[in-house]
Write a protein that binds this ligand. Structure first.
Ligand code: FES
Ligand SMILES: [Fe+2]
Length: 361
């Protein structure tokens, strides 16, 4: 984002904080409990995800030619590698002999050989592995699960392609990855990132100590949206001329990418959440990663960055997801047929209207 854009967002956030309000949707939005519990909806959600471009990681996870990493996307094991000319390739990580996984983890290799019977697979487009469309865009790694789908990420992201690129998150050092298998619908998991109305209650002793509650700048970009969550410190900017502002010290920016990605960006962290449906409507998998512009070769810096990531992950797991596990149980109980998104939760309205539109096609 350029400085003018950041200053404009800071002005909007500061006004909301001063007026003790938040960006509002035009009216309330009602969703059927079944959207989170029915097998039919799960099948349609899975079809939508299968047809969508998949953001699977940071470009910095493949730092140079010959490097590789492995990803699991809705149960599919995928091998990604950067070949000699610097481009990114993806393959089903499935040996054509008897379907062993060929590679695990990440690293650097000139060639792979299957661990089961030792069949060789080259690193540059093997005849043995099935290739999937893959590319690098806006600093992230992308692929299509359906080999017949062309991958046009610039068109998919629209103006957010340049904005995400400008953060540099995808080129920052990847720090860690943690996986949460949770008894909640995948959309319910994503809902927890779509508003900060709950900060003062659910995160009373954690995020709410630094960030405002029920105060969000909302902007839609096609099927995606962006939320700005102001930090408590933003109020201090009232007394400082705008040309002296350091906007990134007073906000967290959340990108909600269609259909299943959340990116949380601050000056020191680029958190990535990939959320997938699991094998039942009430189960999901969240893959949580973090990247940082800090110099991780310094041990104390690396330990500090790891502590920040551990804290953020524990907060999501023990506060957000723990709470909505019981919400999922209520949805499945049939006690009430619907739930309501308030006008102060425009991110939820946007996510759900985009999903409904996509599955109706
Ligand atoms: S399964 Fe890969 S060589 Fe046999
Ligand atoms: Fe939360």
């Amino acid at each position: 984002m350029d400085r003018d854009q950041l200053i404009d967002l800071t002005r909007r956030a500061l006004k909301l904080a001063r007026d003790k309000t938040t960006d509002l949707a035009p009216s309330e939005y009602t969703v059927a409990a079944e959207d989170y519990t029915s097998a039919d909806r799960l099948a349609r959600d899975r079809a939508m995800l299968m047809a969508s471009p998949q953001l699977v990681g940071y470009a910095s996870e493949l730092p140079g030619p010959g490097t590789y990493c492995t990803k699991t996307v809705m149960g599919r094991s995928i091998l990604m590698t950067r070949i000699a000319d610097g481009t990114v390739k993806a393959f089903d990580n499935v040996c054509l002999h008897r379907q062993s996984q060929v590679v695990s983890g990440c690293g650097s290799a000139r060639r792979f050989s299957c661990p089961y019977h030792g069949f060789p697979e080259t690193n540059s487009g093997s005849a043995r592995l099935t290739e999937l469309p893959a590319t690098e865009c806006a600093g992230f790694l992308w692929l299509a699960l359906d080999p017949r789908r062309p991958l046009d990420i610039s068109a998919h992201l629209g103006p957010l392609a340049d904005e995400l690129e400008s953060w540099g998150i995808g080129r920052w050092s990847p720090l860690d990855e943690k996986v949460l298998a949770s008894p909640i619908n995948w959309k319910l998991a994503i809902d927890t990132f779509a508003e900060n109305y709950h900060f003062a209650t659910v995160h009373k002793n954690t995020f709410a100590t630094i960030a405002r509650s029920n105060c969000t700048v909302f902007d839609a970009f096609g099927a995606h949206h962006r939320l700005v969550f102001p930090l408590n410190a933003i109020s201090g900017l009232d007394k400082v001329p705008a040309d002296q502002w350091d906007p990134l010290q007073s906000m967290v920016v959340i990108y909600a990418l269609f259909p299943n990605i959340v990116i949380s960006a601050t000056i020191a962290n680029g958190e990535l959440f990939r959320v997938y449906p699991a094998d039942a409507p009430g189960h999901s998998i969240t893959v949580h990663q973090n990247s940082t512009p800090l110099d991780l070769s310094d041990e104390s810096v690396a330990a500090g960055a790891q502590a920040v990531f551990d804290y953020a992950h524990a907060t999501v797991r023990d506060e957000d997801y723990a709470l909505v596990e019981k919400l999922q149980a209520n949805l499945e109980s049939g006690a009430r047929t619907h739930l309501v998104f308030g006008r102060n939760e425009p991110g939820l309205h946007h996510r759900h209207s985009m999903w409904s539109k996509a599955i109706a096609n």
